[in-house]
Write a protein that binds this ligand. Structure first.
Ligand code: UDP
Length: 480
């Protein structure tokens, strides 16, 4: 194990498994090392090997001063089954993996702070024992944080299932959440998935502070509510530090195919279709999507995954694994690849999403609205077709369509019934060709500018992150 350099403040960052968590936590770690002169130990909870995850965490481009420490893998096969949903599975894995956390932190020389991801709240107890300040890096949206802070109250006050409530959930100071948008984890209060979710959420106030991957101008109402509304003051809510948008930067040298193809396409002409690390479609839905793309006659870049009717998040823990055996010809409609070869590119499993969004030929993004994908799209000024599938993505999608005005949603709910080819054709044309698409693009570009401002020296996110880092620096001076 690498021991911290004594002249620099040393913090540890702990992520739960899954690319949607590891990517933002790693970005935060890089930002602390590169922009703020901190030494970071990144504690990685290892799971079934995911190719994309291994490449990310063991990339030669990680900066000096960022040490990735793999916590030894645990065997949880006796504790979960193939049907165990994401959060329950994650939480069991984290609980077992964190058994040596105390000795790891001691061996690291007791860092000035531990920054954890939402599903690692068991670490709070260890930190308390060792007197190490602990912070949560909340990777989803600020409006979702407000919902989460309200959930324990809702749980006490409501007896029925939340999805049976006659009215939307009134999150204090924020937009109401329609019951059909509620995340999967709170749709059945009797199962472990809900209990684990509530367990972690209820422990959020134990943090010494909550860092957010968002910025004030993107979600002004929720930021204001959490800071000023009496409800959050009474919890009491720990200090909140918007630090985003922190997004990853791909190494374009690792990919020739997508970027070389994009280089040959006209400006703003391509629809990028990717459903995050876990997103998978049913066979019937994938067929309709392919037909919709073809009928639209627009250009597209499709990240294709083998369809499954079992789960909309089927590749969450192992994305990239099937890269050598995934053959889109086997599951896309007969002749699709041939008929669309002049306008489309299909890549199996994984694409360099950020480089694609950054490319001037990319005109719109059909996305599952995971929070990282949302931030990546906004920071590159790209409007979206919102195709939420699991977790809190339906809430994100509604916010992007109804509050921010940068996305359109299909009629019908993706994942519940099939969205047909005509509807997909309509949306693709609308976002790439229509005036509505241009309006959304202008709005997304304004957000891009505001994101840059938030992150630059003296910007709202830069200032807020600097203020929490100051606390660790002072702590370091005391202990050196
Ligand atoms: N991603 C990527 N290539 C792909 C699919 C996803 O690089 O083909 C990255 C994407 O850029 C984002 C992350 O994987 O950073 C997905 O995170 P998000 O929060 O959007 O969704 P999740 O995977 O957690 O559902």
């Amino acid at each position: 194990m690498v021991v911290a350099e004594t002249n620099k403040p040393h913090v540890a960052v702990l992520s739960s498994p899954g690319m949607g968590h590891i990517i933002p936590l790693l970005e935060l770690a890089k930002c602390l090392v590169i922009d703020h002169g901190i030494h970071v130990s990144f504690l990685n909870i290892t799971t079934e090997a995911s190719t994309a995850q291994i490449q990310l965490l063991h990339s030669p481009t990680l900066p000096l001063g960022l040490d990735v420490i793999d916590i030894p893998a645990v065997d949880i096969s006796a504790l979960v089954s193939d049907d165990t949903p994401i959060v329950a599975r994650l939480s069991v894995n984290v609980e077992e993996s964190l058994k040596p956390l105390k000795s790891i932190l001691i061996e690291l020389g007791k860092p000035q702070a531990l920054l954890i991801d939402l599903f690692c709240t068991q670490a709070f107890d260890v930190c308390k024992e060792l007197s190490i300040p602990s912070y949560t890096f909340f990777t989803p949206s600020t409006s979702f944080l407000a919902f989460c802070l309200y959930l324990p109250t809702l749980d006490r006050e409501v007896e029925c299932e939340f999805i049976d409530l006659p009215e939307p959930v009134q999150v204090p100071g924020c937009s109401p959440v329609r019951t059909e948008d509620l995340l999967d984890q709170v749709r059945n209060r009797k199962i472990d998935e809900y209990k684990w979710f509530l367990f972690h959420i209820s422990r959020l106030p134990m943090s010494d502070g909550i860092l957010l991957n968002s910025w004030e101008d993107f979600e002004p109402t929720s930021h204001e509510a959490i800071r000023k509304h009496l409800f959050y003051k009474q919890i009491p809510t720990p200090p909140v530090f918007p630090a985003g948008p922190l997004i990853k930067h791909d190494n374009p040298e690792l990919d020739d195919e997508c970027l070389a193809w994009l280089d040959k396409q006209p400006l703003n002409s391509v629809l990028f279709v990717a459903l995050g690390s876990g997103g998978t479609l049913s066979a019937a839905q994938l067929t309709e999507l392919a037909w919709g793309l073809e009928l639209s006659q627009q250009r597209f870049l499709l990240v294709a995954r083998k369809p499954t009717d079992a789960s909309a998040s089927a590749t969450f823990f192992n994305v990239g694994e099937d890269i050598n055996v995934n053959d889109p010809k086997a599951y896309l409609p007969d002749g699709f690849l041939k008929r669309t070869k002049e306008v489309g590119l299909v890549v199996p499993t994984w694409a360099p999403q950020v480089s694609v969004l950054q490319h001037p030929s990319t005109g719109a993004f059909l996305s599952h609205c995971g929070w990282n994908s949302t931030l990546e799209s906004m920071t590159h000024g790209v409007p979206m077709i919102a195709w939420p599938l699991y977790a809190e993505q339906r809430m994100n999608a509604t916010m992007l369509v109804e509050e921010v005005g940068v996305a359109v949603k299909p009629v019908g709910i993706p994942g519940k019934g099939v969205v047909d080819r005509e509807e997909i054709e309509r949306l693709v044309r609308l976002v790439l060709e229509g005036e509505e698409g241009n309006v959304m693009r202008r709005q997304a570009r304004e957000l891009k500018v505001s994101a840059v401002k938030a992150l630059e020296f003296g910007g709202s996110s830069h200032q807020s992150l600097s203020s929490v880092i100051k606390e660790w620096k002072i702590e370091n001076e005391i202990s050196v």
